[in-house]
Design a binder for this molecule. Structure first.
Ligand code: UD1
Length: 399
């Protein structure tokens, strides 16, 4: 039996969401060529949360993403003002687009606004990167994740841990592992609804993306060549979480740790605009000349910086996983992580924002041979986006 096409709207707004959307968009294009049954019309709505060339435009270009069909141009603001403006803008456009399913990505304010706008219009929601928890509700992303998961009909978890978190929170629904059987996902027969969703461990779309895009990561590291051309080894550091950038003492500790580490190994630090302003505001300056601060870099350059490094230090969830996927040890600049399986491998360690801990963990990780620890398949098989699309179609065509 043939069905009318499924009209899906992807709502994105921030840097990591463009990467996840890239995996979905690429998989959609290849399924359109290979599976004549699967008919999906895809509309991209950009909230405008990130708007710079560095934070947005370069990602659309490198990931070969179609330009957004709609850009709300909301921009920066306090959480309430930003989320409220997105909510109103999204409601206005969703009312007119005849959308069957809204696809949401990760845990940003754009995700939250999309979840509220769609669910209040009774449009079904699918959440990619569902079930992640820091168990710390003072983190804005935790509120965004919990709210989005609890109004979603299709809960696409990147790991088994994430699926277990949802079950622990009392979300009852059909749970399965997203295994593809003859190219079809094995889902239970019960139809998914917002009150009885499907929880599926599909794998991580970021892994799909790394597998494809790592080949485009340039070998040349201009940051290093300009400053220290004779050095081949370096560490890469990123800091952007509000908990670190908005606290002068935490940011100072992180940069004290980085300055000291730079005495052992050069540290390249691409800076998120939020971090640039915080460093200026708190009058923090790098002391060591081997701590190399550069502007935020595009996706391929970031993969390249990770791929050729000896060590990664970060508070980003995406970069923690990218480090693992590219076989690099990682010091996590937080006191917890949503990606707990990384800690189990021993390749990633928590150091919070304590300069002594950062230095200690960095030196230890640099001294270890972790070869086999990167062999575990934590994030699926690189077909998470395909699973997601096939499951969306199965949900749509269920009788
Ligand atoms: C957001 C997400 C965070 C995600 C991160 C990825 C929320 C609550 N947080 O944080 O989960 O990890 O994106 O980067 O949604 N700015 C620019 N240019 C831009 C966008 C922002 O200069 O294109 C500056 C502005 O000064 C702005 C600040 O960065 O005030 C923060 O941007 P915002 O979108 O509020 O949150 P992020 O910190 O990027």
């Amino acid at each position: 039996m043939s069905h009318t096409p499924l009209r899906v709207a992807s709502i994105v707004g921030a840097r990591p969401q463009f990467i996840k959307l890239g995996a979905i968009s690429k998989s959609l294009a290849s399924l359109a060529e290979t599976d004549s049954e699967l008919a999906v019309e895809h509309i991209i709505i950009h909230t405008g949360q990130h708007y710079d060339e560095r934070m947005s435009g370069s990602f659309f270009h490198e990931l070969a993403l179609p330009s957004p069909d709609i850009n709300l141009g909301i921009g920066s603001g306090s959480h309430g003002a930003q989320t409220g403006a997105m909510l109103k803008g999204l409601e206005d456009v969703l009312c007119h687009l005849c959308i069957d399913l809204v696809l949401l990505y990760g845990d940003t304010n754009s995700t939250l606004a999309g979840a509220l706008a769609a669910s209040k219009l009774n449009i079904s929601v699918a959440h990619i990167e569902s079930g992640l928890r820091s168990f710390r509700k003072s983190m804005p992303e935790e509120i965004n994740r919990i709210t989005t998961d609890h109004v979603s009909t299709l809960l696409f978890c990147p790991t088994r841990h994430a699926a277990e978190n949802l079950i622990r929170e009392g979300i009852s629904g059909v749970i399965c592992d997203g295994e593809l059987v003859n190219e079809r996902p094995r889902i239970g027969r019960a139809p998914a609804t917002v009150d009885s969703p499907w929880i599926v461990n599909v794998g991580d779309v970021m892994y799909d993306s790394v597998l494809f895009h790592a080949a485009f990561a340039p070998n040349y590291i201009p940051e290093l060549s300009a400053t220290a051309p004779h050095l081949l080894e370096y560490a890469v550091l990123t800091v952007h979480r509000a908990e670190n950038t908005d606290s002068a003492s935490r940011l100072r500790e992180i940069f004290i740790g980085a300055n000291r580490l730079a005495e052992d190994i050069p540290v390249i630090c691409p800076l998120h605009p939020r971090t640039v302003s915080s460093l200026e505001q708190h009058e923090l300056r790098p002391l060591a000349n081997r701590l190399i601060l550069v502007e935020a870099v595009p996706y391929h350059r970031m993969l390249s910086l990770i791929k050729h490094s000896q060590l990664v230090l970060t508070d980003s969830g995406g970069i923690q996983r990218e480090a693992f996927m590219l076989g690099k040890p990682c010091v996590i600049l937080r006191s917890e992580t949503e990606w707990v399986e990384l800690l189990e491998t021993g390749t990633n360690r928590l150091a919070g924002a304590n300069s002594e801990c950062i230095l200690h963990e960095a030196r230890e990780l640099l001294s270890l041979d972790l070869g086999d620890a990167f062999a575990s398949r934590l994030y699926g098989d690189g077909r998470a986006a395909e699973r997601i699309l096939r499951i969306c179609w199965q949900w749509w065509s269920q009788d």
